[in-house]
Write a protein that binds this ligand. Structure first.
Ligand code: FES
Length: 124
């Protein structure tokens, strides 16, 4: 796994990750990331629930919703927003690209790259 400029990190070949499946990468970012495939596309969230520091990779993926295994808040894998309490905010969401059999995650800054509408802090 090689680091690239601008926060891009190669994840390798994820063609074996089926629709509705997820895989965690513990060594990427401060909390690791969980990569999910939904509708053929890849999405990545920080692998840490914003409520009580629980790995989301232990939860359940249904559609675009990844449900925390501890208290059940659901996070949208497309943007990290959360469904509501007990979590008070969403989780960092990172863009994933896939080209020539190689998946790459571009790590979003937790401070400067948030959408202007509040991004991950939104509740659905
Ligand atoms: S630890 Fe995830 S909802 Fe409480």
């Amino acid at each position: 796994m090689a680091d690239a400029p601008h926060g891009a990190v190669e994840l390798g070949d994820l063609s074996d990750l089926g629709d509705g499946e997820m895989r965690c990468f513990e060594d990427i970012g401060p909390d690791g990331i969980v990569v999910c495939r939904v509708g053929g596309a890849l999405f990545a969230l920080a692998d840490n629930c914003s409520h009580a520091d629980t790995p989301l990779s232990g939860g359940r993926l249904r559609g675009y919703g990844l449900t925390c295994p501890l208290h059940g808040t659901s996070f949208d894998v497309r943007d990290g927003t959360h469904s509501g309490p007990p979590a008070w905010e969403g989780v960092p969401c990172h863009r994933v690209t896939e080209s020539d059999g190689v998946a790459v995650v571009v790590m979003a800054s937790t401070d400067d790259d948030r959408p202007s509408d509040g991004g991950r802090l939104q509740t659905r």
